[in-house]
Design a protein around this ligand. Structure first.
Ligand code: NAD
Length: 355
């Protein structure tokens, strides 16, 4: 029996990079079958909604979801509830995905693209941010007073919400460097004090083999710039994770390289590059497919426990970069001999033994 993958290419460069990722998965394993579903602006055009029921049903019937990106200027003026980005929130909700995993690492071959001090960049880093995705201040009660001159947003977390994301962080650390840093603002916020207590209780009772420490979010933001090699796995709330994961991705130098996973209780996840639909370069064969390809590698590792195949894809990516191959987004200033997105995909497939 084959595993079923729902491909949701979306808009802009989504179909280019998602297609490349699917080809790479096929190159390392014949255990998968793919079905394609529409979401985002393309679904709005065809079905009048950004997330058709057919797409929800198809994803729910699949073993995992590989997504490209959604959105673009064509749909900028549609009513808020019809915006293409609503498809992402809808899919997360329908699939019960409450944890976001975002790795950020610096490939030695790309150290020159890293914005950190050269001696720090040369040390390299490889961290994973585990962010709570469906709670906290983004989903809490909010409002304004009658005069409209004061507003509030509410941060709220339950022990259950903290435990389930912390468990994912500890499990992830066991597959990596065995170190979790819990990020909070426990010197000020009551939710952070509950967060810290809960993470420690879980760590001590279920994961004594994983090293656990705490860091205030302001210190963590500084540490990512000062020396990110301190970190292995960071676990944090929705808003702190949103900010820190963007910061961590920027220090690596290119948005075209970074993958992400959204996970829930089951092995099914939704895997997608962190970049958007890049309408400025869509259809020009310029988009770097690596972020989508590395998202597919995450899918093999986290949804299907196919570590050997995931390692092979990650090694193929490292090898093409070490060979000096560069798409436009990761070329050094002045470099003339950059390659197209399809050529990058072909080079990765070649490393995997597929011409
Ligand atoms: P973006 O990530 O699409 O693009 C930012 C810049 O990075 C652009 O210059 C783009 O050309 C470049 N870029 C992005 N991916 C690249 C790749 N793989 N290779 C080479 N260059 C790449 O962000 P944006 O321009 O702010 O947003 C464009 C659209 O995407 C908007 O409609 C936005 O809402 C949507 N968006 C979607 C997602 C998602 O689907 N998860 C995430 C962010 C933005």
């Amino acid at each position: 029996m084959k595993y079923r993958i729902a491909l949701v290419p979306g808009d802009g460069i989504g179909p280019e990079v998602c297609g490349a990722a699917a080809e790479v998965v096929k190159a390392v394993s014949d255990s998968f079958e793919f079905n394609t579903y529409l979401a985002g602006g393309c679904a709005l055009d065809k079905f009048g909604v950004p997330l058709p029921q057919e797409t929800i049903d198809g994803c729910l019937a699949s073993d995992s979801v590989l997504l490209g990106a959604v959105g673009g200027p064509k749909w900028d003026d549609v009513p808020n509830h019809m915006r293409p980005e609503k498809a992402l929130l809808g899919l997360r909700k329908e699939l019960g995905l409450y944890t976001n995993l975002r790795p950020a690492s610096i490939q030695p071959a790309l150290a020159e693209a890293c914005v950190l001090r050269p001696d720090i960049a040369a040390k390299g880093f490889d961290l994973m941010i585990v962010r709570e995705l469906t709670g906290g201040i983004y989903f809490g009660e909010r409002g304004r007073n009658e005069a409209g001159d004061a507003a509030y947003d509410t941060e709220a977390y339950s022990v259950m919400e903290i435990e389930r994301v912390a468990r994912r962080a500890f499990e992830t650390a066991r597959k990596r460097g065995g170190h979790v840093t819990s990020v909070d603002k426990a010197n000020v916020l009551e939710t952070s004090r509950l967060w810290r207590e809960t993470v420690h209780r879980l760590g001590e009772s279920e994961y004594p083999d994983v090293r656990l420490d705490d860091m205030y979010v302001d210190n963590a933001a500084m540490q990512i710039i000062r020396d990110p090699s301190f970190f292995d796995v960071l676990v944090t709330s929705n808003m702190f994770g949103d900010i820190l994961s963007d910061e961590a991705s920027q220090v690596t130098g290119s948005i075209g390289l970074l993958a992400s996973a959204s996970l829930g209780d089951s092995s099914r996840g939704m895997y997608e590059p962190i970049h958007g639909s890049a309408p400025d370069i869509a259809g020009k064969d310029i988009a770097n497919p690596i972020a989508a390809i590395l998202s597919a590698a995450m899918m093999l590792r986290y949804s299907f426990d196919l570590s050997k195949e995931a390692d092979a894809i990650e090694k193929a990516v490292t090898d093409v970069l070490t060979d000096g191959l560069r798409t436009a987004d990761i070329k050094v200033p002045g470099q003339e001999d950059w390659i197209k997105g399809s050529e990058m995909k072909a080079a990765i497939l070649k490393k995997l033994g597929r011409e």
